[in-house]
Design a protein around this ligand. Structure first.
Ligand code: PLP
Length: 484
């Protein structure tokens, strides 16, 4: 007797997949597995009743902190509230019960959703078309860099091996470009915290493939010279990559395509209604300008009259970047979010994101040092350098102190060009009351730094786990369910 296994997608075509038939012998387990790998005794597993296990996990969940528990102004991460209704839509059995290997005619609704979402995201970003396959922002970046490579290969310009990245860039940018085979050169910021156009001009040599930017930058600043920058890069034969993880700052206001960018990835799990953290789940769709459309991954979802189909017929495509069509539940939530918000709603979301950040910035800048004192976009960066020098209180102490007030700390020590950085992103979904509570808390922490600094050095005092040694926690994690 033999079992038919779906082993891999060995070849693909307009009509669907072809799977190899594998003959797997039908033998008892002990004859299939090397005896050195078989257990000799029954493993010791915890013996607990249903009620105890429920209490255990419920107790653990209460020790966790999430957006449903409190304010979470984690800069660069857009920890905003996501409407629960979108979770319901993503969980509809019509979506969750379909199989990625079903025939095209039986998943027309899902193909329509991919098609329409790609269309909406192209419109929002000002790009020509895209792919929803990548599973994360960094995966989108990698896909974008592969598109750069394919473009230069087609033009016989493989000597272009350098990608320029600003010092303030998110760490995944240089990492993704490196994995795709490029060398990284840093672009310096000028005294405004923006890309130095003068330095850039000197760096645009023949071997430059392009530039990776996010606008607004991770300092929360809008690159005012972007049109000039795009002109210079294109003139030098390069391409522009836009890290769109910060898209919630500009939706409906300006479009990366209109700024001159050629590729953008979006973090649907930040801007378009998927809660995230702890590594997932996510989606990092990639949208491109006209010059890169031919290189997009296959399959592309196309429409023929009333029918949607998977198009593999792209000679210059970089190929697949995911097993199937992306992280489907995330795509469904993004589509639901886009159509319920509408273009006016998306624009309003960005307006509130920027308004909330500027409100906090203005309230806090008299007490905490604001590194770049200018109108910010969706986030801003304070520095605790002076507090550290004068009061011995670091950004880490402030972050730990916030935990005792039920507030998640901001991102600290990033971007690295700001000493003792605290990067604050309130997002568009927080009320004025919550923002005022944060301001009051930060001012109380400042006062505590003066009156009782020891308490801040010992913070947090009220959390289930006190201050941990974060370096050791990474280097020697304890992963056992009970102590030996
Ligand atoms: C600006 C920026 N770019 C890229 C990324 C990478 O996204 P992901 O974590 O989904 O890979 C992030 C997320 O942390 C980000 O904030």
């Amino acid at each position: 007797m033999s079992k038919k296994l779906i082993f891999e997608m060995s070849s693909v075509g307009r009509t669907g997949y072809r799977f190899p038939d594998l003959d797997v012998p039908d033998l008892p387990l002990k004859d299939q597995v090397n005896s050195s790998l078989l257990r000799e005794s029954i493993p010791v597993l915890p013996e607990v009743s249903e009620v105890d296990i429920i209490r255990h996990y419920n107790g653990l969940s209460k020790r966790n902190f999430g957006l449903d528990s409190g304010f979470y102004p984690l800069g660069s991460c857009t920890m905003k509230y996501n409407p629960k209704i979108n979770e319901d839509v993503g969980s509809l059995p019509g979506f969750t019960n379909i199989h990625p290997l079903q025939s095209e005619d039986s998943v027309q609704g899902f193909l329509e959703l991919i098609f329409e979402t790609t269309k909406s995201l192209s419109e929002i970003t000002g790009m020509k078309w895209g792919t929803l396959q990548p599973f994360a922002g960094a995966h989108g970046e990698f896909t974008g860099m592969k598109l750069f490579k394919a473009y230069f290969k087609k033009r016989d310009e493989l000597h272009r091996t350098k990608v320029l990245v600003p010092t303030s860039a998110h760490g995944t940018n240089p990492a993704s470009a490196t994995i795709a085979g490029f060398h990284i050169e840093e672009i310096q910021a000028d005294e405004r915290g923006l890309v130095s156009v003068e330095s850039l001009k000197n760096q645009l040599t023949d071997d430059v493939a392009g530039i990776m930017l996010t606008n607004p930058s991770t300092l929360g600043l809008f690159e005012k010279d972007i049109i000039e920058i795009a002109g210079l890069v294109h003139e030098a034969g390069g391409l522009l990559y836009y890290d769109g993880a910060n898209m919630n700052a500009i939706m409906g206001k300006v479009r990366p395509g209109d700024m001159g960018f050629d590729v953008i990835h979006l973090n649907l799990h930040k801007t378009f209604s998927t809660p995230h953290g702890g590594g997932g789940p996510g989606a990092g769709p990639v949208l491109v300008s006209e010059r890169l459309v031919d290189f997009l991954p296959v399959p592309d979802v196309k429409k023929d009259g009333e029918n949607y189909f998977l198009d593999y017929n792209k000679a210059d495509s970089i190929g697949r970047v995911s097993g199937f069509y992306g992280n489907m539940a995330v795509l469904v939530k993004a589509y639901a979010y886009i159509i319920t918000m509408g273009s006016d709603g998306l624009k309003k979301a960005s307006e509130y994101a920027v308004l909330n950040a500027n409100y906090l910035k203005e309230k806090l800048k008299g007490t905490f040092h604001l590194y770049y004192d200018t109108t910010c976009m969706h986030e801003f960066v304070l520095s605790a350098k002076k507090m550290k020098e004068e009061l011995g209180i670091s950004a880490l102490d402030i972050a730990k102190g916030l935990l005792d007030y039920g507030v998640h700390p901001p991102t600290i020590y990033f971007p690295s060009i700001v000493p003792e950085a605290m990067m604050i992103e309130p997002t568009e979904t927080e009320s004025k009351e919550t923002l005022d509570y944060f301001v009051k808390t930060m001012l109380e922490i400042y006062q505590k730094a003066k009156d009782n600094p020891e308490e801040l050095h010992e913070a947090p005092r009220n959390t289930p786990v006190r201050r941990v040694d974060e370096v050791m926690a990474v280097k020697q994690p304890i992963l056992k369910w009970h102590a030996e």
